[in-house]
Design a protein around this ligand. Sequence first.
Ligand code: FE2
Ligand code: FE2
Length: 346
Amino acid sequence: MAVTLDDAKRTAIGSKLADMKAIQELLISAEQQLLSEVNDDQIRNDIQKMLESDQKNIGILDTVIVQYGVKGEPKQSVQKLVEQTKQQMQGSELSLYDKVTQFELLKHANTMNGILVHKAGQVVGADVNVALGPLNTVNFENRAHQEQLKGIMEKIGVRELTGQEADQGLFARLQDAAAAATGVVGSVISQTSDKEDLNIQDVIRADHGKVTTLYAQIQGTDDPQKIQEYFGQMYKDLSAHAEAEEQVVYPAVKPFYGDSDTKELYDEQAEMKTMLDQIKALDPSSSEFKDKVTQLMDIVGDHVRQEESTMFAAIRDNMSSDQSEQLATQFKSAKSQIQDKMAGIS
Ligand SMILES: [Fe+2]
Ligand SMILES: [Fe+2]
C-alpha cells in the first residue's frame, strides 16, 4: 500500500484559508468603495488605516498559505457572496449605513474564519500550528476593526436617522472600553504593522524548520494514518521548496556562491526527490518506511546545513537587504505556483 499524499483535514483547512483570502480581498474593495462615499474626515481616516492594515494582511495571508502548503480554492458559496457583495457595495440601493453594516458583517465573518483555522490547526499538528502562527496578527486586527466599526456605524446611523450628530463622548468611551476588554487596543495593533519584509534566509529557514517538525511528528507516532498524513505533507513541502529554490534561489546565488557548491545543492536535491518517491511507494505501517524517512532526513540535514551556513553567508556578503527581500518575494510566488500545479489548481 503506497502513501496517499492528501489528507482530508488538511485539505479542508486549505479551503478555509482560501475562503479567508477571498473575503480579505473583498474587505479591501469594500474599504475603497466606502472611502469614495464617506465625507467625515475622522471616519475616512479610520477606514484608510483599516485599508492599509488589510492590504498588509493580504501579504501575511499569502505567506501563511504558501507555508501551510496545502492549496485550496474558495467555496462556491463564498465566491457568490463576494460577487453579490461587490455589486451591493458599488450600487445605490443600500444607504451608507447599510453598506458599513455589510462591511462589519464581513469583518466578523473573517475574524471567525481566522480563529476557526487557528483552532483547527491546533488539533491537526505541530507543523500546521507553526505555519499558521502569523495568522494571529490578521485575526487580532480584524477583531480590532470590528470594534472600531461599531463606533463608525453609530455615527453614520444616527446621522441617517436623525440628521444630528451622535453623542460622541459616550460612544467613544463605550467603544474604547469594548476594545480594551477584548484585548485589541494599542500595541497589539501596531506591533507588526511596520515590520520589514522577510528576507530569503528567513523564508528558507522557516521551510527547513517545518520539515524538521514534520519529521519529529513522524518519529513520534506508530499510527500508520498519522505517518501517512505527516509524510504526505513533508513530500509536498520538500518538493515545492526544492523546486522553488532551483527556479529562483540557486540561479541567483550561483555567480557568487560558485559552480561546484551550487551543483552540489542541485545534486542533493535530485537525490532527495528520488528518495521521496521511493518512500511514497512504501507501506506506511512497515518499519522500512520510517527507516527510509530517517535516511532521507540525513541527506536533508546535510543539505540544510550547507544552505544555512555557506550559502546564507554568501548571500549576506553579496546581496543587499533589498535584493534579499526581493528574492524572498520571488521565492514565495514561485513556490505558490508550484503548489498550485501540484494541486491541479492551474
Ligand atoms: Fe532549502
Ligand atoms: Fe535546498
